[in-house]
Write a protein that binds this ligand. Structure first.
Ligand SMILES: Nc1ncnc2c1ncn2[C@@H]1O[C@H](COP(=O)(O)OP(=O)(O)O)[C@@H](O)[C@H]1O
Ligand SMILES: [Mg+2]
Length: 281
């Protein structure tokens, strides 16, 4: 067993012009861990996630993937040389991203959407890419939609295709940015079920979510961000059951209030956790 994090952020910072939107993020993600990022809109969750695979270039600190520095030729200096695109691609090869808005190509069939990244970035044959794409679609229960166009699918099915596309590259880490927040409420569960089953298979995942009860159930670690910083991080029993910071208490209050309205007679913290585990929120 190696104790090396599969993904490591050390004092990662990011500014847009004069606005510093990430202010020194430290985070270790171990193989097999499920880490969820929660926090108010604008707190930097998406930016942090995008810095983890250099979709966004961070400008302070370091991101390490399996012991390799991502994005720059050297660590620790403020004036650093960017790595070549080829090196960046090589270092982030184990990492796949699932987007909030699915980002499927409308003019391509479902199977072509899943196969395209394999052909473009992994330089494998079209026939082999097609085969891997079908296997990934099967994993999310959509092989029967392989030849359909995205517009004919429900939002939940489109996001499952988005997940299949990420799976097809056989990643070791998946980054998911609010994968259910663009969905109608009745379509959320089918996508959460797919994510849950990947977690059960041991996939390492970092997920931004507003699905608090899902985060409470699935996470090994929950990270609460505010204003570009990590305010509190720890196991779900701490963040949802034994919250240490007033700011997180305030952030969670509306969710607790909804959970309480489900079981008003037993308004204790164990009851809240139980409500979370039942998925009442
Ligand atoms: N491309 C960009 N240019 C300028 N500001 C940005 C850009 N992307 C995000 N921001 C700003 O960075 C902050 C963090 O945004 P984001 O990471 O999207 O937060 P979250 O995902 O938590 O809602 C916000 O204030 C947002 O307006
Ligand atoms: Mg966001």
């Amino acid at each position: 067993m190696s104790a090396l994090p599969i993904l490591q952020l050390k004092a990662v910072g990011k500014s847009y012009g004069k606005t510093r939107v990430l202010k020194g993020i430290d985070l270790d993600i171990m193989r097999g861990e499920i880490v969820t990022l929660i926090g108010p809109s604008g707190s930097g969750k998406t930016t942090a996630l995008r810095c983890m695979n250099f979709l966004e270039a961070y400008d302070e600190g370091e991101v390490w993937i399996k012991g390799q520095l991502l994005g720059y030729r050297s660590a620790g200096r403020s004036e650093r040389d960017r790595d070549s695109d080829a090196s960046v691609a090589e270092v982030r090869r184990p990492v796949a991203m699932v987007f909030q808005q699915f980002n499927l190509w409308p003019h391509m069939t479902v199977v072509a959407n899943v196969a395209a990244p394999l052909v473009l970035s992994r330089k494998i044959s079209k026939a082999e890419a097609h085969r891997k794409a079908l296997a990934a679609l099967q994993r999310v229960g959509l092989e029967h939609k392989a030849d359909a166009y995205p517009a004919r699918l429900s939002g939940g099915q489109q996001q499952r295709v988005g997940i299949a596309r990420a799976l097809a590259i056989e990643p070791e880490v998946m980054l998911l940015d609010e994968p259910t927040s663009a969905l109608d409420p009745e379509l959320v569960e089918e996508v959460l079920n797919v994510i849950r089953s990947l977690a059960q298979d041991g996939m390492t995942m970092v997920m931004v979510t507003h699905e608090m009860s899902f985060a409470a159930k699935i996470s090994d670690k929950v990270v609460f961000m505010e204003a570009g910083q990590i305010v509190e991080a720890g196991p779900p029993a701490q963040l949802f059951g034994n919250t240490r910071t007033p700011r997180l208490q305030q952030f969670l209050k509306p969710w607790f209030d909804r959970s309480l309205s489900v079981s008003p007679a037993s308004a204790t913290e164990p009851a809240l956790i139980a409500a979370a585990e039942r998925g009442d929120a």
